[in-house]
Design a protein around this ligand. Structure first.
Ligand code: GN1
Ligand code: MG
Length: 362
């Protein structure tokens, strides 16, 4: 713990800190809340940046600063109130940067937004606001001039993810390929591959643009107030140029799943059309100033692509011996694969209904 106090001391007065405790349940970074003297609520968030995943921390923080500064300036011009509850603010360390490097680890500190809540599941009403917020977020960034780097190259490129799976299968580093179930998933993934690579094909044909997207729009990456309105979008590490499918599809992957991302009971997992409907309605409102027909038409595809891609990623990690995602037990990534595959099947079955809903919003 002393080490954490020392690190926090680069950003804030270490003598004022009364406690540093774990916060949240991200699969990539380690996050803590910092309590200070005289305040009953946490004051800051301390985060260790996983630099095995985000290898270019300088680019990472530049991206995040460019985006948060841009949004903050727009809100200021619009006279929006309470901006510090709506956009994250990163503290400058004594090095002049928004991060420090110590003992081969990278750290950053941001303000804690008090009286905010995260959820693992949403109601249709929350989903509408979430759609609006992610749509507005993309919309606010359409005129961002500062360059945004591709922080994880090919992050949501399904062709690349499939290639990583194929590499894992041929290397078979830990002997997982003798499991019948693993081979069965590989076969099913291959069977659907061509159809699922649609986005990349449209991009190569020059029909589909990339925009600045959040790229990790899980429900638990938004802060809500106690009335259920969205306050702030958090977890900005993966902001990068991508198809709008990323933000649309990844949100539904968590929000429209009636079960958990790693639900061991597949009967819990269905695709919730009410959530789809509300989220899509909000998203279309937020993005109406820029969304092209080709993007809108393929939103149902996006809702199937993300559980598919996540199944590919979890299975790849399982075959590689669990080197990427934090796991709680040895078969965790396989259990996650099963759950994501079930969701992919449910979303695929719901495609005609999704299309009908979108037509209704025309
Ligand atoms: C990771 O850390 P977290 O939970 O916000 C991952 C996402 C996955 C997600 C699966 C950088 O996000 O892409 O969809 O786990 N982030 C990265 O839960 O790989
Ligand atoms: Mg997160």
């Amino acid at each position: 713990m002393d080490a954490l106090y020392n690190i926090a001391g680069h950003f804030v007065d270490a003598n004022a800190i009364t406690a540093i405790e774990p916060l949240g349940n991200g699969l990539i970074n380690d996050t803590y809340k910092i309590m200070v003297k005289g305040e009953s609520k946490p004051k800051y968030v301390l985060q260790r940046i996983n630099n095995a995943v985000f290898t270019d921390v300088e680019m990472l923080q530049n991206n995040i600063e460019a985006v948060t500064d841009h949004i903050r300036q727009k809100y200021e011009r619009q006279g929006v109130k309470d901006i510090d509850r709506l956009v994250l603010r990163f503290l400058k360390a004594d090095t002049g940067k928004t991060y420090v490097y110590e003992d081969e680890k990278y750290w950053r500190v941001m303000d804690f937004i008090a009286d905010s809540y995260t959820y693992e599941a949403v109601t249709p009403e929350n989903a509408y606001y979430a759609g609006r917020s992610f749509g507005d977020f993309e919309s606010l960034l359409t005129d961002l001039e500062a360059p945004i780097g591709e922080i994880i190259p090919d992050f949501h490129n399904i062709e690349f993810r499939l290639k990583q799976l194929e590499d894992a299968v041929s290397e078979d580093r830990v002997g997982q390929m003798c499991e019948v179930e693993v081979q069965k998933f590989v076969d099913k993934i291959r069977e659907a591959a061509e159809r699922m690579c649609l986005g990349e094909r449209l991009y190569r044909e020059g029909k589909l643009p990339k925009r600045i997207c959040h790229c990790d729009t899980k429900v638990n990456n938004m802060l809500f107030d106690k009335e259920g309105n969205v306050l702030c979008i958090i977890d900005l590490d993966t902001i990068m140029p991508s198809f709008v499918f990323s933000d649309f599809g990844d949100f539904l992957r968590s929000a429209a799943n009636t079960g958990a991302e790693d639900d061991p009971d597949l009967d819990n997992i269905h695709f919730n059309m009410e959530i789809f409907k509300s989220f899509a309605e909000g998203y279309l409102e937020g993005t109406k100033s820029f969304l092209l027909p080709i993007e809108k038409e393929n939103l149902p595809y996006a809702a199937t692509l993300f559980p598919y891609m996540q199944a590919v990623r979890f299975l790849t990690d399982y075959i590689n011996g669990n080197t990427y995602y934090k796991i709680k037990y040895p078969t965790h990534n396989l259990v996650r694969t099963r759950a994501q595959w079930k969701l992919y099947e449910e979303a695929t079955a719901a495609l005609p209904e999704m299309e009908a809903v979108l037509e209704g919003f025309a």
